[in-house]
Design a protein around this ligand. Structure first.
Ligand SMILES: [Fe+2]
Ligand SMILES: [Fe+2]
Length: 214
């Protein structure tokens, strides 16, 4: 087949046979696809509504409440979006949902936030591990001494383990959607976004006070 920008699909059936024109065509489609990542994630969050019964709120409700608590604590956008998406892996990766969520976030948020999301499952075990056979309540200890250890302590205590309250005034998904779009519109792996080895406090009392104003 000839290489034209108007091709509807490539002609090859094995990748090794593709031409430069075909790969440029595919690359353009892929770039367009990545532009809609935020919308796909927002849709996936709604699907979380169906997961995990038995709690007083749904997984979507828990995600929104975590993000709302982060917002109310004066957290920056990286933290708020990370709190919102921290359990999104529940849909397809029930045994490593934290790593799954972190993989989604990794190119677009601070390294600090990625690590906290990636390991939050180990930290959360402190709150329930003692009640179940075969669980290590102190699994978080294997991360002791790591640069962001204390951040995960705060993340879990203030935003994750606390967010199962049906009476908490929780902000809707529409409130957070522009933040999700902003984060996933960033250039992937931009060093100015990843901010390797840098920590931003989860709570900012001044910003929290501003946000609390009617
Ligand atoms: Fe989780
Ligand atoms: Fe959670």
């Amino acid at each position: 087949m000839t290489d034209t920008p108007k091709m509807a699909q490539v002609g090859f059936t094995q990748m090794k046979d593709g031409t430069k024109g075909e790969y440029e065509f595919l690359n353009a489609l892929e770039i367009d696809h990545t532009r809609h990542t935020a919308d796909r994630l927002l849709k996936a969050l709604v699907e979380l509504d169906e997961s995990l019964s038995g709690y007083q709120i749904t997984r979507l409700g828990h995600s929104l409440q975590s993000a709302t608590r982060a917002w109310n604590d004066g957290a920056d956008i990286d933290w708020v979006v990370s709190a919102l998406l921290h359990d999104i892996g529940d849909i397809y990766a029930p045994y490593n949902h934290d790593e799954y969520a972190a993989t989604i976030l990794k190119p677009f948020v601070r390294e600090q936030c990625t690590w906290v999301v990636q390991t939050h499952g180990d930290f959360q075990m402190l709150y329930y591990g003692q009640h179940l056979d075969g669980y290590d309540q102190h699994k978080r200890e294997r991360h002791r001494g790591y640069r962001y250890f204390d951040d995960n302590v705060v993340f879990c205590e203030r935003w994750d383990q606390a967010s199962f309250d049906p009476d908490y005034e929780t902000l809707p998904l529409e409130f957070f959607a522009p933040m999700v779009r902003e984060v996933f519109d960033r250039q992937a792996y931009d060093p100015d976004v990843i901010c390797a080895n840098q920590s931003v406090p989860l709570t900012n009392p001044e910003v929290a006070a501003q946000r609390a104003k009617p």
